[in-house]
Ligand binder design. Structure first.
Ligand SMILES: Cc1ncc(COP(=O)(O)O)c(C=O)c1O
Length: 487
């Protein structure tokens, strides 16, 4: 399928040229000012000194603050202005400054896309959408008709819904949902995956950690397994399905799937990347080797129109600037709370990817180079083998009595959630404030009960999004909550 061939000439001149010119003029800022994706048309003579190109080897935090956010060469503004204009003046027909119409490209979206592409390890290009779900929809649409998708079984409910109730109808997409928790050589998971592959399998959809049971998938192993099944340079190579990883729960700080062999990374930016619970947005990030797929997805971004507003892009860029600082605190708080919950007699099981259990070996493999460096430099790897890995924890509340009914267990967990003082009872995750919820009756209520049971989503399961408040206060809040329902 060659979506790129369908690109209108104005679009080729518009968006694509805009991003290319942004880069080149940034490097020659005394010609035409076009920094942050903002075309000013003015000459910069003196102010060009303000802009110094970010260095390729800059660290995560440096990139978060500087890439896509260079000072405006005309006004000197350190923070990019919000560009609300929906349309852009042309000097003559087809002679514009890189922007024609805001759906096809606007300075804030271009600037944010540069930032997030730089933050996702191994990323070269990013394409932003109006929500995480719109991003999921476009990723599936890009497969064309009649594709088969293999997906991890405890995938985000909106992904499951789109694949099984929309794409199945509109594109004839078929899907196989598998437990991919163990795909090591010789395992049942490996066997099931190989059996599930079909000639029309175009995509393997991963989420890592999964939601809400926080299982970490061995991305590098999956990539290796596909290399074995579809050896590069063999006649089969072109049949190799793409690996897409929804990296929302780990964020670009804790995991870099593209460096482990994934082809596409997806984020609901609504969560950690924006981080302040005030923007709904999503993005796909691709490596340079997938330029053709990137172009196809860009075409769909414009053609479907599911684009984020300039204001949301500006907010998300502001949020991304502190991603590294927030993620470190989310991780340190979450590890401390996960360890403390393990000691509570009324808590039966604590699920946290960095805890010292089988899963922590895979979580360690999946750590991004920058997160690993931080953990090693700060000596955050415990003697028990535990380490910070993002800010999500799930745990099982003990039944009120061994023979308690489903309803009694549900009532106890509802009461526990209601009694918390600092944890807000709410869906979503990734904001600076701590949230708590009961997946079985909230985020995962749409999954049939028997499937929830297979996935381990029982009545007593509580999911926490650990914020960046003082960990002592959060712990006290959880302990008080436990005491209030078990005494
Ligand atoms: C893992 C994951 N991916 C995607 C989404 C969808 O994102 P949005 O709510 O921004 O549409 C969510 C939402 O909760 C999610 O948890």
């Amino acid at each position: 399928m060659t979506f790129a061939q369908d690109l209108p000439s104005s679009r080729v001149r518009g968006y694509s040229n805009a991003s290319r010119q942004t880069n080149s003029t940034s490097q020659h800022a005394n010609t035409v000012a076009r920094v942050n994706g903002h075309t000013t048309g003015a000459h910069t003579n003196n102010l060009h000194k303000l802009y110094k190109a970010p260095h390729l080897v800059d660290g995560f935090g440096t990139k978060a603050i500087h890439v896509g956010s260079e000072p405006n060469p005309v006004t000197g503004a350190v923070i990019p202005p919000i560009s609300l204009s929906t349309t852009y003046a042309q000097d003559g027909v087809g002679n514009h400054k890189g922007y024609e119409y805001s759906r096809s490209g606007n300075p804030n979206r271009n600037a944010f896309e540069k930032t997030i592409a730089a933050l996702e390890g191994g990323g070269s290009d990013a394409i932003a959408f109006a929500s995480g779900v719109a991003t999921i929809a476009i990723a599936i649409q890009s497969l064309g008709p009649g594709a088969h998708v293999i997906s991890v079984n405890d995938v985000y409910g909106g992904t499951f819904r789109y694949i099984t109730r929309v794409a199945s109808m509109t594109q004839g997409v078929e899907a196989t949902f598998l437990d991919l928790g163990d795909i090591s050589a010789g395992s049942e998971g490996e066997h099931n995956l190989i059996q599930a592959l079909r000639p029309n399998t175009k995509l393997i959809w991963l989420e890592s950690p999964t939601n809400p049971t926080l299982r970490v998938i061995d991305i590098a192993r999956l990539s290796q397994l596909l290399d074995q099944q579809f050896p590069p340079h063999s006649p089969n190579a072109s049949l190799r399905p793409l690996i897409l990883v929804d990296n929302t729960f780990a964020s670009p700080f804790f995991s870099s799937p593209l460096l482990l062999g994934a082809d596409i990374v997806l984020h609901s930016l609504t969560k950690y990347v924006n981080g302040h619970s005030d923007v709904v947005m999503g993005a796909l990030i691709l490596p340079a080797r997938h330029a053709a797929i990137t172009e196809r997805l860009r075409f769909l971004q414009n053609a479907s129109g599911a684009v984020p507003s300039a204001y949301d892009c500006w907010l998300a860029q502001r949020g991304a600037k502190t991603l590294h600082v927030r993620m470190k605190q989310h991780g340190v708080n979450a590890l401390r709370i996960a360890r403390a919950l393990q000691q509570e007699p009324d808590v039966e099981e604590v699920l946290y990817p960095g805890l010292s259990k089988d899963r922590s070996a895979t979580a360690w493999k999946n750590l991004s180079p920058h997160a690993r460096k931080w953990i090693e430099t700060e000596k955050l790897l415990g003697d028990d083998g535990a380490f910070p890995f993002s800010g999500m924890i799930s745990f099982q509340l003990r039944k009120p009595s061994p023979n308690a009914s489903y309803d009694e267990h549900a009532a106890l967990s509802s009461q526990f959630l209601k009694n918390l003082r600092l944890f807000t009872l709410a869906e979503s995750l990734g904001g600076v404030e701590s949230l708590a919820e009961a997946p079985a009756r909230m985020t995962h209520a749409g999954i049939p009960a028997h499937k929830r049971e297979i996935l381990g989503i029982g009545e007593g399961l509580i999911r926490l999004s650990i914020g960046i408040e003082d960990a002592d206060d959060l712990l006290d809040d959880l302990r008080d909550g436990l005491q209030s329902v078990y005494n």
